[in-house]
Every structure is written in structure tokens, then in C-alpha cells.
Ligand binder design. Structure first.
Ligand SMILES: CC(C)(COP(=O)(O)OP(=O)(O)OC[C@H]1O[C@@H](n2cnc3c(N)ncnc32)[C@H](O)[C@@H]1OP(=O)(O)O)[C@@H](O)C(=O)NCCC(=O)NCCS
Length: 170
């Protein structure tokens, strides 16, 4: 599977997988399908435009994106050593084939190549056992559970905050 960094010319394929992610896994993301489906294509293109604060990677099956992940970095000087992993999603048809591991490996290699970026955090629904187990296997550790973190379809969800402090080594 080909993993590539996205840019604004990938907006249409990115919009498709992002909306699929929000529809398929509403409890995994803080954005909702209803909110994001209203965004024009130009807004998706803008979020992919090359910026030092966020980099998006995707796995392509021919021209179709089947998995995505993003790596963000704080821009302000005092917190520029910190980054985050966001928006990870593997299309249901491609799960349990190692693609999540491959994508996270790619994102972490990229993060580790960035000078001075020493801390990565992420937030995951506390009941998302598969994602938590994946993140733990890459060295992320929980540093707390946020109660009533998200309110989705009438139900409050707890979210786990995880951090990975050192460079990932295999
Ligand atoms: C979580 C997710 C990204 C995993 O992707 P994937 O491609 O299926 O993962 P992989 O095949 O690379 O598996 C990697 C590890 O994840 C864990 N895992 C994945 N699916 C699992 C499942 N159904 N049950 C338990 N563990 C699971 C395992 O630790 C697995 O390692 P193993 O195969 O050695 O046991 C995918 O299930 C997904 O997109 N879920 C919906 C969106 C989501 O939850 N995103 C995370 C937002 S924080």
C-alpha cells in the first residue's frame, strides 16, 4: 500500500475518506459528519495546504484513500516541542491487515525526523479498545481520563489522553 503526504490537490479524495470516517465512527472523532458535510471542497483543500503546523498522510489504493492520519505541531516558541496525532482512520474494508500500524509508523517516523519535536499527544475514546491497544504498542501511555469529554447522540463519552515522550525505536 502506497503511503503519501497529502496536499491541496488531494482535496476530493480526502473529503471522501474524512466524511466516511465521521459517518462510520462517530464516537472516534470530536467533529461530526453533519458539521463537516457542510464544508465546501475548498475548506478541505485549505486544510491540506502545506503548513508547518499540520501534515496529513494517507494510504492509497490506486486513486482512492483507504486510511488517514495527521501529525500536528505547536507553532508558539514555548510549546514548539509538542505535537499531536489526530484523525486516524482505516476504512472498514482494510482493517486488521496491519495498515493502522503502517500508517502510525509512518507518522511517527515523520514526527521523529522533526528537529526538537519530543512530545506527541493524542486523545482517544476511552472505550476504543482497538485504537488504545494500537497506540500503546507504539509507546503511548495514558495520562488521564477526561469524564464527559464528548456528547454524542445523547450519550456522554470519556476520552483517554495519551502521550509519547521519547523517540520511537523499533
Ligand atoms: C483503530 C484502527 C485505526 C486500527 O486500524 P487497523 O488497520 O485495523 O489496525 P492494524 O491491523 O494495523 O492493527 C494494529 C493493532 O491495533 C489493535 N487492533 C486493531 N483492531 C483491533 C480489534 N478489532 N480488536 C483489538 N485490537 C485491535 C491491535 O493491537 C493490532 O495489533 P495486532 O494485530 O498485533 O493485534 C481502525 O480500527 C479504525 O480506523 N477504527 C475507527 C476509527 C478510530 O477508532 N480511529 C482512532 C481515533 S483516536
Amino acid at each position: 500500500m502506497q503511503i503519501q503526504q497529502l496536499n491541496s490537490s488531494d482535496a476530493e479524495a480526502y473529503q471522501f475518506i474524512r466524511l466516511q470516517a465521521l459517518r462510520d465512527s462517530p464516537t472516534a472523532f470530536n467533529s461530526s459528519y453533519e458539521e463537516e458535510k457542510k464544508r465546501p471542497l475548498s475548506a478541505f483543500a485549505e486544510s491540506l495546504s502545506l503548513s508547518p503546523s499540520r501534515t496529513m498522510f494517507a494510504a492509497f489504493n490506486s486513486s482512492k484513500i483507504v486510511a488517514i492520519i495527521s501529525v500536528g505541531r505547536e507553532s508558539r516558541k514555548k510549546v514548539n516541542h509538542k505535537g499531536s496525532i489526530n484523525g486516524m482512520f482505516v476504512a472498514p474494508s482494510h482493517r486488521r491487515q496491519g495498515l493502522g500500524k503502517q500508517l502510525l509508523t509512518h507518522a511517527l517516523r515523520f514526527a521523529d525526523s522533526q528537529t526538537g519535536l519530543i512530545q506527541l499527544t493524542l486523545v482517544v475514546n476511552a472505550s476504543n479498545i482497538s485504537a488504545i491497544s494500537l497506540y500503546k504498542s507504539f509507546g503511548f501511555k495514558s495520562f488521564g481520563i477526561e469524564p464527559t469529554a464528548a456528547f454524542i447522540d445523547g450519550v456522554f463519552h470519556e476520552q483517554m489522553h495519551m502521550v509519547r515522550l521519547t523517540q520511537y525505536t523499533t
